[in-house]
Design a protein around this ligand. Sequence first.
Ligand SMILES: Nc1ncnc2c1ncn2[C@@H]1O[C@H](COP(=O)(O)OP(=O)(O)OP(=O)(O)O)[C@@H](O)[C@H]1O
Length: 292
Amino acid sequence: MTETEHVIVRDLRKTYGTFDAVAGVSFEIHRGETFALLGPNGAGKSTTIEILEGYRDRTSGSVSVLGTDPQTAGRDWRARLGMVLQSSGESGNVTVREQVAHFARIYPDPRDVDETIAAVGLSEKAGTRIKALSGGQRRRVDVALGVIGRPELLFLDEPTTGFDPEARREFWELIRSLKREGTTILLTTHYLDEAAQLSDRAGVIAGGRLIDIGRIDEIGGQEARTPVVRWRDSEGAHEERTAQPAALVARLYSTLGDSLDQLEVVRPSLEDIYLGLVAEFERRPAAEKELA
Ligand SMILES: Nc1ncnc2c1ncn2[C@@H]1O[C@H](COP(=O)(O)OP(=O)(O)OP(=O)(O)O)[C@@H](O)[C@H]1O
């Protein structure tokens, strides 16, 4: 298929009774890009993703996923998707290899079973029953099942919850190789470093509304990204925000010389920027939030 937009969401709303879980969200995900949907607990990320996956009906708005409305899509459409849901609760008596092989048979052009198990770091556990795995190892099985069908579009809903730091980095490598193959990825994660490492663009959702969207190295705007220069001298500790940190450092060194101490230039991380965006949204009066 040749759609240039793999996901198109227009004014999406999902209401439970009188509660707006998703209150008018619009975004696109281009073919081949990794898009992160970020936001605090209860913001509406999983609801949005489940609507895109066809597991939940929307209240209003329009949605196109791989050129099809998920609400009316069939098996062929589903076979083009990969999903790592928030809690699949993979358990049971079968071994890792049996489960991955079972899923592989569902798809027309699956990946090699053992290569996929290796890619998620479970080769040594391939013959182990899933119920005997640790929580983080079960999560790796979820990831293997999500990618075994060679999806065009992969949904990753908090994929690395429970992973140790090494496993998280291995997972990043797996995602990078999927990206190189051209897979489109929608990622939600509370690990902002993970989003920064993997994503091309991000949307920040709070209170069911999209409060910012943009390239991962631009989101939040210039002002929020201004570096901070910190240093100490004979008078104590200092801090200055400046868009030209190199010029400030050169000036400090020429005036302070060797009494310039503990110099550091700190660029706000994605986490700093994200926390600033969400805090700013939370401070807005209710009427203004509705306009977001
Ligand atoms: N079936 C339901 N009935 C009523 N309210 C619901 C239902 N499902 C979700 N909600 C509410 O909708 C809001 C959004 O939930 P959602 O699971 O989409 O959040 P999220 O952004 O994925 O959060 P988290 O980061 O905790 O996973 C929450 O306030 C939640 O309580």
